[in-house]
Design a binder for this molecule. Structure first.
Ligand code: PLP
Length: 475
């Protein structure tokens, strides 16, 4: 064997063993190419070759601006369940525990690792203030009158113009301005289901969706969802063949809580599969503009051919949660969605629509999203590093491809609920994993928010979490 091939094989084998033996844990940063070449006194290209091989095997992954990290196993230790199992009634939602979690997530006195919302210093305060002043100066009267029932025309034009870059033709469809993403999802579900219907969702999934399914008396099937690539289409396909699923709801771009991104090819496939069977697909977009590498991912709707995708968008996560502005592009279900809008909120509040229309018109949204992307490209890897240092051995942290949430699996013996209670008593909020499913899974998981300034308070809170975790073993 040539000397260089021999050295390459040695580096490759040594790293492989360190990963398998747990010296380097899932998500942990590996020595840089340069560091390793210097410490082992071998050529950079030899280390590069070894890393390329490990990457091709899926053992490590290159993270933009952060170097190489140990890959996180995609399915987080969850055994795939039989998707043809009995559908569940959505139990436990609307419970006291869920209300207590969401109340703590909003408590400004706690350090907010719980809610999926950004600290105010990351929101575009100055630009929104300037747009608000202009609206009050130039069109105060309009702010106290009804806007058109389906939304302010200028805002809809601005949104369509912006979205045309990735939605193509579908951006020209009629859309409704809604009261947050929540109303968009509610109108979409009402438009395509009736009480008792069966709906397929990702697992884990956003607890607000499960609460809504319960409120609408819908039954649910939770499909295994991978931390890297999203819903398992190989399991969805037989499910759609065998059961009368009336709708499928998913968050293809940076899922809440996993941060997964469905590959474009899978998006094309799922839309094709659902349209062929006439099953509406509902998608939610909250953070698609915060991609940590590559380009802005496409929504499912970009692949729709016959209006079978209902797209819900929320601006709460990235611009202004209190404005309560969302969008529903209901595909071929416009008449149904508009009728439900007429009998729910009739029209959304005028003032935030007028302010947002300016915010988009002046190009401020694009600048803001660019700033957020730069921030989270640094923030996510440093939060992962800190968590892996502080949490007990065996803990695993997701590697989201966008958005600003982390999904953390603690070893089986630990309880997310217990940790939540302990954390609150120390002034920290977090979201226990169990509320992301209606079937009592994810008891040893938590979801953490990274949308906070990187400062001593945050660093010390993660240290406190690490100490508390060790005390949160299940009774
Ligand atoms: C996936 C998803 N959909 C909807 C919402 C709620 O959005 P809004 O505040 O705009 O109603 C959230 C908030 O966490 C979410 O994560």
């Amino acid at each position: 064997m040539k000397e260089s091939s021999y050295k390459y094989a040695q580096v490759y084998q040594a790293m492989r063993e360190k990963i398998a033996g747990g010296t380097y844990r899932p998500g942990e940063k590996l020595p840089s190419l340069r560091q390793l070449s210097q410490s082992l006194k071998i050529a950079l290209i030899t280390v590069q070759r070894a890393y390329a091989e490990l990457e091709a095997e899926g053992l490590i992954s290159a993270v933009p601006r952060s170097g190489y990290r140990v890959a996180v196993p995609v399915s987080f230790g969850e055994k795939p369940r039989n998707p043809l199992a009995r559908p569940l009634k959505v139990d436990g939602f609307g419970s006291d525990f869920l209300s207590s979690v969401t109340a703590h997530n909003r408590n400004p006195k706690l350090l907010g690792l719980g809610g999926a919302s950004m600290a105010r210093e990351l929101l575009p305060l100055r630009h929104l203030a300037e747009c608000s002043r202009q609206v009050l100066r130039e069109s105060f009267e309009q702010t106290i009158l009804y806007e058109p029932w389906l939304g302010n025309l200028e805002l809809k034009r601005e949104i369509a113009k912006r979205n045309q870059r990735w939605r193509g033709e579908s951006s020209l469809q009629e859309c409704l301005i809604t009261s947050g993403g929540t109303e968009a999802l509610f109108l979409a579900l009402r438009s395509v289901t009736r009480p008792g219907d069966l709906v397929a969702v990702e697992s884990p999934t956003y607890f607000g969706l499960l609460r809504m399914l319960k409120a609408l008396s819908l039954r649910v099937i939770e499909l295994p969802t991978e931390a890297a690539t999203g819903m398992r289409l190989d399991l969805l396909e037989p499910l759609l063949r065998r059961r009368e699923v009336k709708a499928c709801v998913l968050i293809p771009n940076f899922q809440n809580p996993l941060g997964s991104l469905m590959p474009e090819e899978s998006k094309r496939k799922i839309v094709e599969m659902a349209e062929a069977k006439g099953i509406p697909l509902l998608e939610m977009e909250t953070c698609a503009d915060i991609f940590l590498s590559g380009e802005r991912p496409l929504p499912l709707q970009a692949y729709a051919r016959n209006g079978g995708v209902l797209s819900c968008i929320s601006y709460s996560k990235l611009i202004a949660p209190g404005y309560r502005i969302g969008v529903l592009q209901p595909g071929r279900f416009l008449a149904e969605a508009a009728a439900w809008k007429a009998s729910s909120t009739l029209a959304s509040p005028s003032f935030p629509q007028l302010v947002l229309a300016r915010f988009f018109r002046y190009g401020l949204a694009d600048r803001h999203f660019q700033r957020l992307r730069s921030f989270f490209q640094l923030q996510i890897p440093r939060m992962i590093d800190l968590l892996l240092r502080e949490l007990p051995p065996g803990a695993r942290v997701s590697q989201p491809q966008g958005g600003y949430l982390l999904w953390v699996e603690l070893p089986q013996a630990y309880s997310g609920r217990e940790l939540f209670q302990q954390a609150v008593s120390k002034g920290i909020s977090l979201t226990p994993g169990e509320i992301f499913s209606s079937s009592g899974r994810y008891g040893n998981f938590i979801r953490l928010n990274c949308g906070l300034a990187w400062d001593d308070r945050l660093i010390s809170a993660v240290g406190t979490l690490g100490r508390l975790t060790r005390k949160s073993k299940k009774p």
